[in-house]
Design a binder for this molecule. Structure first.
Ligand SMILES: Nc1ccn([C@@H]2O[C@H](COP(=O)(O)OP(=O)(O)OP(=O)(O)O)[C@@H](O)[C@H]2O)c(=O)n1
Ligand SMILES: C[C@](O)(CO)[C@H](O)COP(=O)(O)O
Length: 266
C-alpha cells in the first residue's frame, strides 16, 4: 500500500484548505475448512484461478487503494506454515499481515480486528473466497460506510424461494420482495465493529453485519451484482473464471453516489 498523508491539500479559486481522507483496514477471512468445496488437495482460498490463488484476486482489489492503510489475511492454524511457505513472499510484497484464525468465521474476523491499528477509521471485511469483486463496487460500499457508519454489498433475491422440510416437501413459498443476499465487503466504522464484537458472546453469526444489527445500529445495503459471488463449490470456481473475463473495469470517473438509481449492477 502506498503511504500517504491522512489529508489532502485542495485549492481552487475560492479557497485553499485541507480535507481529511478516511482510512481503511481490510480483513480477508481465509481460515475456513472449505468443506463444501470438496477438493482433496486445495482449500478454496488457495485454489488456482486464472494463474493466481483465489485469495490473491480478492487481496489485489484492495492492496493498491490509497485509502487502504492496513491489509490482514486470516489463515487457519493448520494452514499457516503452508501459507507462509507458498505465499509468504507475495503477502509481504502486498503489505499483507497474516493472522491465525479460529473455529468460526467470527472468531477469525475478531482475531484480525484485534490487530487493526487505532488510527484506522473504517474496517472492511471481505471474504477471501470472493475473488470477483470489482473496484467500482468497493468504491460504492466504502462511500456508503463513510456516510452511514455501516454498509455492505448485497444482491436482491431474484429466484422464487421455498421453505422445505427434511422430507424435501415444500412447506412454504417465501415472499422475496424484501429479501437480499448479503455479500462482502461489509464495512463499518472501526469502533462500531469493535463494540459489536465486544458484545458477540457465544451467539453464532455468519456475517459481521448481524453483530452490528444486534447493537442495534442501522446497516445500509448497497445494491451489487450477483457476479460478486462467494466460491463455495467447485462449480463456483468455474463461474468465477468466466466472470473475471467480463468484470467491469475500473472507471476513471469517481464512483456514482452509492444510493444513485442508475446502478450498473443489474
Ligand atoms: N472459521 C472460519 C470460517 C470461514 N472463514 C472464511 O470466511 C469466508 C466465508 O466462509 P465460507 O464460504 O463458509 O468458507 P468455509 O467455512 O471454508 O466453507 P464451508 O462452510 O464449505 O466449510 C471464507 O473465505 C472462509 O475462508 C474464516 O476465515 N474462518
Ligand atoms: C459473509 C457472507 O459471505 C455473506 O453472505 C456469508 O455469510 C459467509 O457465510 P459462510 O457460511 O461462512 O459461507
Amino acid at each position: 500500500m502506498r503511504p500517504s498523508l491522512p489529508f489532502y491539500l485542495y485549492s481552487d479559486w475560492r479557497s485553499v484548505g485541507f480535507a481529511f481522507v478516511a482510512t481503511f483496514a481490510v480483513i480477508l477471512p481465509a481460515a475456513g475448512k472449505s468443506s463444501r468445496f470438496g477438493d482433496a488437495f486445495y482449500k478454496k482460498p488457495f485454489a488456482p484461478l486464472e494463474n493466481r490463488p483465489v485469495w490473491m484476486h480478492a487481496a489485489e482489489k484492495f492492496s493498491n487503494r490509497p485509502e487502504v492503510k492496513q491489509l490482514l489475511i486470516v489463515i487457519s492454524p493448520e494452514d499457516k506454515d503452508d501459507f507462509d511457505e507458498k505465499f509468504g513472499g507475495n503477502a509481504a510484497m502486498m503489505g499483507i499481515e497474516v493472522v491465525v484464525g479460529g473455529t468460526e468465521r467470527s472468531d477469525s474476523v475478531q482475531a484480525a480486528l484485534s490487530r487493526v491499528r487505532d488510527d484506522i477509521d473504517f474496517v472492511a471485511v471481505h471474504d477471501a473466497a470472493r475473488p470477483c469483486v470489482a473496484e467500482e463496487w468497493i468504491d460504492r460500499v466504502f462511500a456508503a460506510a463513510e456516510q452511514t457508519g455501516a454498509a455492505l454489498l448485497a444482491a436482491p433475491v431474484t429466484a422464487t424461494l421455498k421453505r422445505v422440510g427434511n422430507d424435501k416437501i415444500i412447506r412454504e413459498t417465501v415472499p422475496r420482495e424484501t429479501l437480499w443476499e448479503a455479500q462482502t465487503p461489509q464495512v463499518f466504522r472501526r469502533q462500531l465493529l469493535l463494540d459489536a464484537y465486544a458484545r458477540r458472546g457465544t451467539e453464532l453469526a455468519t456475517d459481521d453485519a448481524q453483530l452490528v444489527e444486534r447493537l442495534p445500529h442501522p446497516v445500509t445495503v448497497v445494491p451489487c451484482s450477483a457476479m460478486n459471488l462467494k466460491i463455495t463449490s467447485k462449480d463456483d470456481l468455474r463461474l468465477a473464471a468466466a466472470i473475471l473475463k467480463v468484470l467491469p473495469k475500473p472507471t476513471l470517473l469517481s464512483a456514482p453516489h452509492p444510493f444513485a438509481d442508475d446502478h450498473l449492477w443489474r
